[in-house]
Design a protein around this ligand. Sequence first.
Ligand code: 5AD
Length: 436
Amino acid sequence: MPRIYIETYGCQMNVADSELMLGVLGREGFVRTDDPAQADVVLVNTCAVRDHAEQKVLSRMGELKRLKRPGGVLGVVGCMAQRLGPRLLERVPQVDLVVGPDGYRGLPELIARARAGERATEVEFKSWEHYEDVPPVRGTQISAFVTVQRGCDYRCTFCIVPMTRGPERSRKLEDVVREVTDLASGGTTEVTLLGQTVNSYDDGTHDFAHLLRAVGRIAGVRRVRFTSPYPTDFTERAVAAMAETPAVCEHVHLPVQSGSSRVLKRMLRRYDRDRYLEVVAALRNAVPGIALTTDIIVGFPGETEDDFRDTLALVALVAFDDAYTFKYSPREGTPATRLKDPVPDAVAGERLERLVAAVRDIARRTNVALVGSAHEVLVEGRAKRGDLLQGRTRTNKIALFPGPDAWIGGYRDVRFTGTTGSTFTAVPLDELAVVG
Ligand code: 5AD
């Protein structure tokens, strides 16, 4: 039986897509291996959102091509494959296969062609493609990613994703419910619903509010998460559904991108600073204690020191629990590459440093105030170092605490005893009762 190795870069949807590919290939008799040197087929599932992500993949390809076995197949799949298409074949001569996010159904055939000596590219968008008949092969049962929407119809001027993932489409609510019901009967209690603008979910009959309520009602589902929403796509009904569905976790990742209305306009975001703050207020009002995280880009063309200070001020005002921060990376073919007034790299770098410090500072303050509080955690496994268990609160905080393997996959109440500023040390509450 042919052995398949998949390496995944980028977002959670790529993780879910790799699970889909393992599903597509699994039913054709491929078996999974964790060792690329043992694999007959090596696939690298890629990200194109920033140049840095692509450079990482290219240098990794240099290593993987050396491991290629005689008759083996080396493929690049995902967003970078879609973006570069046949150009990737020229760039890396050892690559046999280039397949975009809508082409995974064709992988068995494309692999067969590659084995016959052909170098194949498949980068057509298929606006109907949901891989509905493909059962994903997931890495863990504890928590599952469930794609509910693919593609993106927005046109944020910095973003390559509409060009790599194609038009937006939502799965039928019944299909999502069926998949989550199956997961729950297999013991999965936490699901993360995935979409590029997940709260614009619309299957023609149901919207995101319907989706949250329907998934939250499924027996055995204890936690529902979703990522990433678009700030102004939360309807009142969606916010009410979040508040009224006990399984929906008290955490939202709400990408703001910039705190300056002027920059947001040039980014073609559909909100300004005040409107974003209104969404934050609506969420906090409906879901007390909700944790908020975000994405921020610095150095977008035309960003002035004043614009950047607006971003710093917004970070302090919202007091994000965490933020992913990026230096603007021009993506070929996106509208922002035609904007004037590029920000010099050194300036962008210096802003990034200040922003990271501000985010860290505010998160630390929030987290220090949480020391002493009690939380339910889902025990995900052993922590990377040491012999502690790692669990996650509903608000997406990570806690490390002592306990037996038997707790993995279950829920525990813990009390936070300390924080690094971002993660927590904790003790199980029942143990505390015994000690104290
Ligand atoms: N440059 C830098 N960051 C980007 N992102 C998307 N496109 C770019 C780009 N061209 C960031 C945004 C988005 C996250 C996934 O990546 O913040 O929310």
